[in-house]
Ligand binder design. Sequence first.
Ligand code: ARG
Ligand code: ZN
Length: 884
Amino acid sequence: MQRTEDGQIVKLADYRPTDFVLLGVDMTLRLFEGHTDVMTVLAFERREGVAIDAPLGLDGDGLILDSIALDGEILSPARYDATPDALVVRELPANGPFELRLENRIAPEENTELMGLYRSNGIWCTQCEAEGFRRITYFPDRPDVLAPYRVRIEAEKAVAPVLLSNGNPIETGELPEGRHYAVWDDPFKKPSYLFAVVAGDLDALHDSFVTTSGRTVALGVYTEKGRAPQAAYAMDALKRSMAWDERRFGREYDLDVFNVVAIADFNMGAMENKGLNVFNHKYVLLDQDLATDGDYAGVETVIAHEYFHNWTGNRITCRDWFQLCLKEGLTVYRDQEFSADERERTVQRIASVRRLKAHQFPEDQGPLQHPVRPAEYREINNFYTATVYDKGAEVVRMIATLLGETDFRAGMDLYFERHDGDAATIEDFIACFEEAGGLDLSQFSLWYAQAGTPTLTVTESWDPEQRQHTVSLRQSLARGAAGTGTEPMVVPVRFGLVGGNGEDRHAESEVSGAARLKGDLIVLSGGDATITFTGLSDRPYLSVLRDFSAPVMLDHEQSEAERLALGRLDPNLFNRWRALDDLIAEGLTLAARRPLGDGQPALKDAIVDALLATAGDDEIDPAFRAQALTLPAETDIARQLRDNVDPDRVHQVADAARAAIGTRGLASFERLSAERATTEPFSPDAASVGRRALANAALAYRCAATGDPAAALAQYQAASNMTDRLGALAILAHRFSGDDASRSALDDFYRRFEHDDLVLDKWFALQATAPTHDAVETVERLANHPRFTMRNPNRVRTVVGSFAAVNQVAFHRPDGAGYRWVADKLAALDRINPQIAARIATTFRAWRSFEPGRRAKLKETLRQISEIKGLSKDLKDIVDRSRK
Ligand code: ARG
Ligand code: ZN
């Protein structure tokens, strides 16, 4: 069922509560081959003060009503209107509760959009966030309608021995004709987007967890047949998440059971349904021989994220979808803190900031810009964005920074205590921290309303006579596509004055302008401020925005020598990394602006030497050194170029830099890539991960320098784990694309792993992202490969999505062939799964920043997509906003 109408613009300002209060939900789903019969009993009560003739309106999406009864009596057709999208019932009882009983039939087998109830490899499963529940039954499908649910599932026992839903299991039994049933009861009031049902022939890994207060929770991770052993790490991550949330936030789990189900066809990462999380199986299943360190980290993060939603999302949900960041930003903040505690804090922070800059900054600086809390939308599914999630997490982090650990925890405690069971707003959340911290956050709240990345400009001047150092800060925010305000915000700037001995100096200080100084924090609240530090014996190095204490673009005029010194000395490890990363990014950006072949190196020797010093220093954590060796993403360089971008040029510059670094550090890279014993038994702990990351980075530089694939081929063949094997294969497939070594290794990889779809995705992705012009022909071949299918979102993402988002060289091929290919695929995909099509289409949004030839072709492609007949509301929304 495809909806092609434009859809209304939904506005935050139009929010009002429903006329009827939902008291309870009782559902029966009868699953058959080819169709499912749904019976829903809804108990309602008219809200006080609501007019006696007010009708009850329920949402639907592609439904056909088979029967409707009110308090046990079949309703006459004059009393209701049923369309696929809505059910309106009139002349309802004036006082007291009443019960509506609805029946309809749906076809999960035909559901290719993967929203609502659908089947994946024969398993029945659901995805209801944001508005999928209305594809199952007519319902007030909005997050502020909360009720307890009782769900009965019936199915043929041989096909679906496992029947799961939210809450606690209360009854099971046999039915005639080889069928059986299970009844689940969820006593916690919840909105419909948290509803879930799973049924199928599943295996499970079982375990248990005892909460602080001594309650035993039965844990289950369900998988397709034969794959339960692959859920062991997910189970381990779940138990660690449960313990961490008790320790760190005092949050205990509440039901008797907690189940996770791994599903092959899934639109997103995972879903936090109450007591029954449903996951993309990519974030559950791991096999030590088949998964990379990145895969392990992904499972750990997503398991933690969904589990943490039980409090931040489920116990306290959102009043409306504009408040999405209330649960998502906060839960990302929580999962990042978990990873920081479980692994290494600085390395985790570097990775998060890298992601923020790679995904959120471009979104915030382009046509799809929107505030962390948007004020309007046409299609809510298009707002599960880097801005809502990652910038949303940064805003929570700033609150934590401003309040300090104790007050932040007190604010969280107050939030949990005051709003448990509520559908809350950002204002509710903020009020808790104002109370706990005794401060006014009204100006701070602009972070939720004003879109765009502010620029923080920092200048310094040293007065040798007075022995004082003056630091000036200025913030500015350009108006962008969202058209929101540009008022100064509250910007917490963590800083230090670093001495030549690598220690922070203490100094007297005086502030003038709109800022406060609180220990190592400058809280800038107006357009500009100046701070004078006195009593210094000599000029310190200013280290600002430590740990990336605010999501801003830093424009800090500082000499190369000073930055190199900070890169060596800064006691704040994050800033030590950033000093070098900024120097490299600036070097590459400048080089990309210069004409090709001007003879100048992409990076100065002094910068390369500093990088090599870090990389070769065995005293430093290998994971940190690996991060240092990872160059800024080419898309990030392109963003910093702002206009007239030529992706070929950016790639050439980055590649030349890699070769230069590799050549200058060859001896060190040979040592680092060779000395790690590939025979070391595999362990996914952070220290081992760091050693593998460093060795693989070194191998890549080594091959960049020598132009010889031999070392990569040798590692590929000898590898005893997937991280090392894939690391080597990536070098072969990208740097030596088309060479015999590359081809034979890819063929070998296919033969070894073709039985496993998740590993096969890596094979598809590596080829789709090879930075060569002929990757357009490669993806066309891949799309015709027997194992390619538009029905599996992971497969589409690895071929079409990663080509469009990652492969800057081929997607932006000057003749426009990359654009045409993606547009073609989107046209086909939109008819199957509009949500995924819309997501992939966001890669066209940067069209304005390219050189004239590509700009014109991108613009034309967007126009052509907009004219596709029967375009979905999802894809149309992205294309329309991108073209503006
Ligand atoms: N709430 C889920 C999570 O962040 C993601 C749901 C995404 N839904 C969507 N319609 N895109 O854990
Ligand atoms: Zn989430």
